[in-house]
Design a protein around this ligand. Structure first.
Ligand SMILES: [Zn+2]
Length: 382
């Protein structure tokens, strides 16, 4: 019997924290003082401990293991939302972009294009005043936005000579930076034509803290500070009001969902159909790496929408082809629309038991409902 295959676009992974790969298992251990209330915030304690132990060599090592898995499983490019910038005590490395270089080298050696997205971080939230960084957070932090942007600018200039390395910019979240930083980062990205990302509306506590500090939601604050826009991606967007969605739609902002991570962390879920009905573009990322499988991200988005609507009409039906839709918006989220990277393809094994016998006209539906990464026969060659 002849081998059958089909060629489809590789999926852009718009949101990754490489080092979190090594939280698998560890991140599930109960934390005694938090048990029964284990949630995102107790998971974060384990994540900080892991981040605190990293150095450029171990960052390269974990990123290499992760990126080869991403490439083999059908991703075509990774957006690395990078915030472990400095040494453990917060002192910059002699080369301030040492950690970013380690990530770029890992991606290049594996053959996976990368968009480095350095993220600004300044504080451990707000409780009437800026809360200073906790022990594990010091290495994420910069004293002022000018120091942060100077490092991003050096990275941007360095990347001009690099193969398959692009640079974008991020604010970690509205809880991690003062609002003046959001305006400054938006202005910098506009000046250089870079896309910009920010975590927002992942956790209800984040909404309460932003309400207390600013009297509005994170998305409303991002609108006020000029951060939203067609080159902007909000990461998560799980808990949103209709007004938040209107602001995203009016500004043509993308929402990058990380469905398997949001499920693992107990964040809630993406209200995909509300976004699609409003015309908000959606993309996906692997985020905490609890799963490194773009088929599973698409399937989680599809099936959660069906569970909540109690209908079998989900994002795949709404978009006509969920896989292709997520590919297109993923490239827009990473600033790669029309680039050679946006043309990268993967080959599927149509003899794989998960999709064997599926008719060609049903294949796109099968990719978002019953496939996993094992259907990838030939990953990208970049
Ligand atoms: Zn994230």
């Amino acid at each position: 019997m002849s081998e059958q295959s089909a060629v489809i676009p590789a999926m852009p992974n718009v949101h990754s924290h490489a080092f979190q790969l090594d939280l698998r298992g560890i991140g599930e251990r109960p934390i005694p003082e938090a048990h029964a209330h284990d949630d995102f915030w107790s998971w974060r304690i384990a994540m900080f401990a892991l981040a605190d132990a990293l150095d450029p060599d171990s960052m390269y090592d974990v990123a290499s293991r992760l990126y080869s898995q991403m490439r083999d499983n059908g991703y075509g490019v990774v957006g690395e939302f990078h915030y472990v910038h400095h040494q453990s005590d917060g002192t910059p490395y002699d080369e301030p972009n040492e950690m970013a270089f380690a990530l770029a080298r890992a991606a290049q050696d594996v053959g996976l294009p990368i968009v480095l997205i350095p993220a600004a971080y300044h504080r451990n939230g707000w409780d009437g005043e800026d809360r200073p960084p906790a022990d594990g957070q010091r290495r994420f932090c910069d004293p002022d936005v000018e120091s942060f942007l100077a490092r991003v600018e050096a990275l941007r200039l360095w990347s001009a000579d690099q193969q398959n390395v692009e640079v974008a910019v991020a604010a970690h979240s509205v809880r991690a930076v003062p609002s003046s930083w959001l305006s400054a980062i938006a202005a910098y990205s506009d000046e250089h034509g870079l896309v910009r990302h920010v975590h927002a509306h992942e956790q209800r506590r984040e909404l309460e803290e932003t309400q207390a500090e600013h009297g509005c939601s994170p998305i409303e604050l991002l609108a006020e500070t000029g951060f939203l826009g067609k080159k902007t991606s909000i990461i998560h967007g799980t808990h949103v009001t209709d007004h938040d969605i209107d602001l995203l739609a009016a500004s043509n902002t993308i929402v990058a969902a990380c469905p398997t991570t949001e499920a693992n962390l107990g964040d809630g879920y993406l209200p995909a159909m509300r976004y699609l009905d409003a015309g908000v573009r959606l993309a996906v990322g692997s985020d905490s790496q609890v799963r490194v499988d773009p088929f599973e991200e698409a399937r989680e988005m599809e099936t959660v929408a069906r569970r909540t609507s109690e209908l079998r009409v989900g994002p795949h039906a709404a978009t006509g082809d969920l896989w292709s839709y997520l590919v297109e918006n993923g490239h827009a989220s990473l600033g790669l629309t029309g680039s050679p990277v946006s043309e990268l393809k993967i080959e599927l094994d149509l003899d794989d038991p998960q999709i064997a016998g599926v008719e060609a006209s049903d294949l796109s539906a099968a990719l978002s409902t019953c496939a996993s990464a094992s259907v990838v026969k030939t990953p990208i060659s970049a």
